[in-house]
Design a protein around this ligand. Structure first.
Ligand code: ZN
Length: 209
C-alpha cells in the first residue's frame, strides 16, 4: 500500500466516524502502520470531518517525528498508538474515537474490566464461543498520556485482552487490526455493543458478568 493509499483510507474513515458523532470537534485519532514500522497519525487539532493528506504526521517506531509540515504536531495520544503497535506486531491500523456511549459505559462498572453481553456481534471481534464470557479492559484516564500508554503496556504484557479493543474511562475507545477495513468494523461493532449496553440498562437488562 502506498502512503497515499494509507492517507486516503484514514481520511475516509475519520470522515465516516465524524459523521457518526464519534470524532466531534477535533477529538480522536487514527493511524496506519507502514511495512517499515513507522506510522502515519492524524495531527493534533484538525477537524476529523475535513482532513486532507497534509493533516498527518509520520512517526518512527521509537516515537520520533519523521515527516510533517512545520505547523503540525502529532496527536497528543501518539504514545498509545506506539505502544499498541509494539504490543501487537500484526496490527497495521489503530483507531481511537470519543463517543457518548463509550463514556457512559465506562461508568457502568467501578473495576478495570467491562463485562460484554454475549451478543452475536462478538464474532466480528474474533470471539467464536457459545455464550462467551469476555470483557473489555478499562484504563484510567490521565492528563499525561504517556502514563496511560505505560499502564496499557504493563497490563497487556501480563494478560492480553479478550478482544482487540480497550476503553479509557471518561475518554474513549481504541481498537487495532490488520487492515483499515477491519479496524473500522471493530469501531462500529464496539460502538454497537456500547449502544446495546446503554439501552439494556434503560430497560432493566443489566447483568452480563
Ligand atoms: Zn482521545
Amino acid at each position: 500500500m502506498t502512503n497515499d493509499k494509507h492517507l486516503t483510507e484514514l481520511i475516509a474513515n475519520a470522515c465516516h466516524f465524524y459523521h457518526q458523532g464519534w470524532m466531534i470537534g477535533t477529538a480522536g485519532n487514527l493511524s496506519a502502520r507502514l511495512p517499515n514500522g513507522s506510522f502515519w497519525i492524524t495531527a493534533s487539532g484538525c477537524s476529523k470531518g475535513e482532513l486532507s493528506p497534509s493533516d498527518f504526521v509520520r512517526i518512527s517506531p521509537q516515537g520520533q517525528v519523521e515527516q510533517t509540515s512545520p505547523s503540525l504536531k502529532p496527536s497528543a495520544e501518539t504514545a498509545i498508538h506506539q505502544v499498541i503497535y509494539k504490543l501487537f506486531p500484526d496490527a497495521t491500523s489503530c483507531y481511537h474515537v470519543h463517543s457518548v456511549e463509550a463514556n457512559l459505559v465506562s461508568r457502568f462498572v467501578q473495576g478495570d474490566s467491562l463485562p460484554l453481553p454475549p451478543l452475536e456481534m462478538l464474532k466480528g471481534l474474533g470471539v467464536w464461543e457459545e455464550n462467551p464470557k469476555c470483557s473489555l479492559p478499562i484504563f484510567a484516564n490521565h492528563l499525561q498520556v504517556t502514563r496511560i500508554a505505560a499502564d496499557i503496556e504493563e497490563r497487556f504484557t501480563k494478560s492480553p485482552p479478550d478482544v482487540p479493543a480497550l476503553l479509557i474511562r471518561d475518554h474513549g475507545i481504541t481498537v487495532w487490526a490488520t487492515s483499515p477495513e477491519t479496524a473500522r468494523n471493530y469501531i462500529e461493532l464496539v460502538e454497537y455493543i456500547f449502544r446495546y449496553l446503554v439501552a439494556a440498562r434503560r430497560t432493566g437488562i443489566e447483568e452480563f458478568g
